[in-house]
Design a protein around this ligand. Structure first.
Ligand SMILES: CC(C)(COP(=O)(O)OP(=O)(O)OC[C@H]1O[C@@H](n2cnc3c(N)ncnc32)[C@H](O)[C@@H]1OP(=O)(O)O)[C@@H](O)C(=O)NCCC(=O)NCCS
Length: 194
């Protein structure tokens, strides 16, 4: 397959009113509701680009910096930022609108990696991405940088973990809000508290 599709062909916006049943015990919108909507819009966007079934493979960090209120109108804007062979990185920008005041605020942004699957349930090649604007070019390059950084982080962490010596790392506990339970390391206690 060697065709290319523009991001504009799969750009997807989903809008949902934040109703009281979406609230948590403190009356703010439950984070899981927002995550579920993000997953849905990522699926809609990726499956439009791939022209078929996709699965979520990876979700980048989602930071909820501000609470979302009951009564706000949530809009999720999704675009394919990057395409590999079978994978697509979908960027999702979430905004919340206070409809009574007409004020729109950006609540969070995240990146979902989706993979297209064929009828045999195996990853299948998707169309390439036709970059039409400077912003799309920037998003594509930023996605490559994020992928490289994730690979670097994964390798570095695997390396750290494989050689991890707990004794040698106990200094990391200093000043942290934890305490070693009596006998955790046997009679000769290796403790940070003196
Ligand atoms: C994702 C999945 C298809 C990968 O299968 P696989 O046999 O490892 O296939 P591949 O190694 O060929 O990977 C396929 C693509 O996924 C990408 N991928 C795999 N793991 C990834 C990860 N952790 N983060 C980002 N991309 C990933 C690969 O880079 C590859 O991309 P490319 O085709 O664009 O080069 C498989 O792990 C799967 O089906 N997972 C379950 C997904 C699911 O059910 N999601 C819903 C969760 S409830």
């Amino acid at each position: 397959m060697s065709d290319f599709k523009p991001a504009s062909a799969s750009h997807t916006v989903m809008t949902e009113l934040m109703i009281p049943s979406y609230a948590n015990f403190s009356g703010k919108i439950h984070g899981g509701i927002v995550l579920s909507l993000m997953d849905k819009v990522a699926y809609a966007c990726a499956s439009k680009h791939a022209r078929g079934y996709c699965v979520t493979v990876s979700v980048d960090t989602v930071d909820f910096r501000e609470p979302i209120e009951v009564g706000e109108l949530l809009s999720l804007h999704a675009s394919v930022n990057y395409v590999g062979r079978s994978s697509m990185v979908v960027g999702i920008r979430v905004t919340a609108e206070d409809v009574s005041k007409g004020v729109v605020r950006h609540t969070n942004t995240s990146y979902f990696t989706m993979v297209a699957k064929g009828e045999d349930n195996q990853p299948r090649e998707v169309p390439g991405l036709l970059l039409e604007t400077e912003e799309e070019l920037r998003r594509y390059i930023e996605a490559i940088k994020r992928i490289e950084l994730k690979e670097h982080y994964r390798d570095a962490f695997d390396n750290e973990r494989s050689g991890l010596n707990l004794d040698a790392q106990l200094h990391l506990l200093e000043g942290r809000r934890c305490q070693l339970a009596e006998g955790l390391f046997g009679q000769e206690g290796r403790r940070t508290d003196k």
